[in-house]
Design a protein around this ligand. Structure first.
Ligand code: IVH
Length: 703
């Protein structure tokens, strides 16, 4: 029985290492669970055989009343932080080190280990006789808290070391939470809160969540928090077995630096890099981003390389750490004021900062989309000064419940637009008002609507809305629309701000004297712009239609519309049903067109543009009048005996008919098959002829 217990522990330990550290599961989860339950059952029957390194001991310890204090055998130091975030920081560190070591320019460059600076919390792990006996936090550096019960729950941390490792040692490293684990933890927390759970909260960031989990009094809760670990330091303590030999002389507890350590003559470590490799061999997770580099140039290259990959890492870092590789040189360098001289942290600009919300404004985009934006007290984050952060839309703004006056965490990672991560509720002012989306466009006062199934409110003002105008003008002038070269963003700003251009037709009313009066406008540029405007007047219907910037009407749709209707008047007057007959035009596009041309001011813009001389060649409508079913519209419904819906539609279209999606009085006929539904009912109600597949064949055969 005892043998089986030992065997199960070994199997589970190995499988756990493959799963948690190597990320290459060795056995299926179900098999792991089965072995685990077998071990649990055996241990329940024989509690005297439970050992602290048993995988079952990772969970299930009783809640604690408080943490006991642990004195660190070697102080847990902090690292000097190089404040200069440019490459200069690396050069300064290298210079300082070389100076203390009295190296001069002729001496070769030093070897360093460059590592990530993980954004979690430092933990010390004590192993005695190969078994994890104690884990503690850094605390004040001299003593920390005993968090063994929680640290045991972290699958990546070995509870027992392989025989090849020294029996007694201290490993230090960082406990952290991956970003994806953090997101799912917060999602779970949100659900719990929504279900009415008391005393639950969401976490501000992964670091905060990791710290909270490590300092949990109830290990069952800690076990549910997804923590990870990276090892980055090793200390030997010449304390072979203090428990067995309580009278050990004072020297037995003395700390040996790794360079002098010849534990049974077996282990000597000359360099920090060798230590990292040994830690990895013993089953500790060691980051693959640890690199051996040479001289200041090597440090700079590492700093830059990590800056570029930082956003792709699955966890947060706040910088990199450089360490002198030779342990002998580390001892020589020693420390100043609790910071080793042989290591330095080289930061990156923080990606998250605290600031306050001064106002919440609503901005209007080209298509009228209203975006709530938090106006922030300027804050330097992610390498730039941020004064705006998007709240995306109504639902997001409500979920985050950002209010004017709030203190918020702002995040800007990489080139991603800055966003408000969360509100510090404890700092909320008492009279802070809940933000609500306006019912009218803040710029033109047209009605703002949020359509069903959409996240955004939109201003219905169209080209009449001045905020949409600048964007609309740029769109009209686009290379693929009517193409006005030389009309860029800055110029449009100037023209609109000076009140020279309010609507698209105003572009064509610009004269030389208007332009010459603008700031920084040379005579030549003014003439160039006037010439481009003149050229743009001769255009095509698709370009013109696309240029109007109607929502959902892209280039392809503009072409389809032009081909189908032939002229602008027909498009402007087409009913939704008629629009639905156009290739690839569905209800969304059809309604968008209808809404646009139902606004008199939009029709007015079209007429004025034409009056200004914008022109194109119109053609006959796309429906070929010579075909037998030209001018007829059919609707297909239900399952036909032999033809698919697409085949039936193709036959009808080849014969010149239109196939529509809905039945109206204008529908020529409804082709109905098996299980036809509401369209058939409607046809009958409206007295529209109902035909079968056989009739369809007869109708179209004459082609
Ligand atoms: S080495 C003497 N390496 O940074 C050096 N620390 O300010 C002792 N940290 O509390 C630490 N990543 O939590 C080291 N690769 C890394 C690190 C790292 C993060 C943290 C650690 C410590 C703090 C020092």
């Amino acid at each position: 029985m005892q043998e089986r217990i030992v065997q199960l522990r070994q199997q589970l330990q190995l499988a756990g290492h493959h799963y948690h550290v190597l990320d290459e599961p060795q056995i299926p989860d179900a098999e792991y669970d089965r072995l685990f339950r077998e071990l649990q059952a055996l241990e329940a029957d024989h509690p005297q055989w439970i050992t602290p390194d048993s995988p079952t001991q990772r969970v299930g310890a009783q809640p604690m009343m408080s943490f006991s204090s642990v004195a660190h055998k070697v102080p847990m130091l902090s690292i000097h932080t190089e404040t200069d975030i440019s490459a200069e920081g690396a050069i300064q560190f290298d210079n300082r080190v070389r100076k203390v070591l009295q190296l001069n320019a002729q001496d070769p460059p030093l070897s360093y280990v460059a590592e990530l600076k993980f954004d979690g919390l430092a933990i010390s792990l004590m192993y005695k006789d190969h078994i994890l006996v104690q884990a503690s936090t850094r605390g004040d550096g001299q003593s920390g808290e005993d968090v063994t019960h929680n640290i045991r729950t972290i699958g990546q941390i070995p509870l027992r070391l392989p025989q090849a490792a020294p029996a007694n040692l201290e490993v230090r490293g960082e406990v952290y939470m991956r970003r994806d684990d953090f997101e799912s933890l917060n999602e779970r927390q949100r659900q719990r809160i929504a279900q009415g759970a008391k005393n639950e909260k969401t976490f501000v960031n992964p670091r905060n969540a990791a710290a909270g989990a490590v300092r949990q009094l109830d290990p069952k809760i800690a076990a549910q928090r997804p923590l990870s670990f990276f090892a980055y330091a090793l200390h030997f303590h010449a304390q072979a077995n203090a428990d067995a030999d309580a009278d050990a002389d004072a020297d037995a507890d003395a700390v040996l630096s790794p360079v002098q350590t010849t534990l049974n003559g077996l282990h000597t470590y000359g360099t920090h890099f060798q230590i990292l490799m040994a830690l990895k061999d013993w089953g500790f997770p060691v980051s693959e981003h640890c690199q051996l580099v040479t001289g200041a140039q090597g440090l700079i290259a590492y700093h830059q390389q990590i800056a570029q990959t930082r956003d792709q890492l699955p966890f947060d870092i706040d910088g990199v750490v450089y360490k002198v590789n030779q342990i002998r040189l580390q001892s020589e360098l020693g420390m100043v004021s609790r910071e080793p001289r042989w290591a330095v942290a080289h930061k990156y600009p923080a990606q998250e900062e605290l600031t306050t919300v001064q106002a919440i404004e609503v901005q209007v985009g080209r298509t009228g989309k209203l975006t709530p934006v938090a106006k922030l007290a300027p804050v330097f984050v992610g390498g730039v000064t941020v004064t705006n952060a998007t709240l995306h839309n109504e639902d997001e703004a409500r979920r985050k419940d950002v209010r004017v006056g709030d203190t918020v965490i702002v995040r800007r990672a990489g080139d991603v637009i800055p966003e408000v991560v969360s509100v510090m509720l404890e700092k909320r002012l008492q009279d802070a008002q809940i933000f609500t989306m306006p019912t009218h466009c803040p710029v033109c006062n047209s009605l703002a609507v949020r359509e069903e199934g959409e996240a955004d409110y939109r201003c219905t003002g169209g080209l009449f809305c001045s905020a949409q105008r600048k964007q609309a003008i740029l769109h009209f002038a686009h290379r693929r629309a009517v193409e006005v070269d030389d009309l860029g963003e800055k110029l449009v700003d100037q023209l609109v701000d000076a009140g020279l251009v309010n609507t698209l037709p105003d572009l064509y009313k610009l004269g030389f004297s208007h332009l010459a009066a603008l700031d920084r406008m040379a005579e030549k540029s003014a003439n160039n712009l006037l010439a481009s405007l003149e050229r743009s007047k001769h255009t095509t219907l698709p370009r013109f239609m696309f240029g109007l910037g109607i929502r959902h009407v892209g280039e392809a749709t503009a072409k389809d519309l032009a081909r189908h209707f032939g002229g602008i008047e027909a498009i402007m007057d087409a009913s939704v049903d008629q629009l639905l007959m156009v290739n690839d035009v569905g209800p969304v596009v059809a309604n968008s067109l209808r809404t646009f041309f139902d606004q008199p001011h939009n029709r007015e813009v079209v007429q004025q543009l034409r009056a200004c001389g914008v022109h194109w060649e119109e053609s006959a409508p796309g429906a070929r009048l010579d075909l037998p079913l030209a001018g007829h519209t059919y609707v297909i419904t239900g399952t036909l005996p032999t033809l698919s819906r697409e085949q039936a539609q193709a036959l009808l279209e080849q014969a010149g008919a239109k196939v529509a999606g809905s039945v109206s009085k204008k529908t020529t006929g409804v082709i109905a098959g098996e299980a036809a539904g509401s369209k058939l009912d409607k046809a009958i109600a409206l007295g529209v002829p109902v035909l079968d597949e056989a009739t369809l064949w007869v109708l179209t055969r004459s082609v």
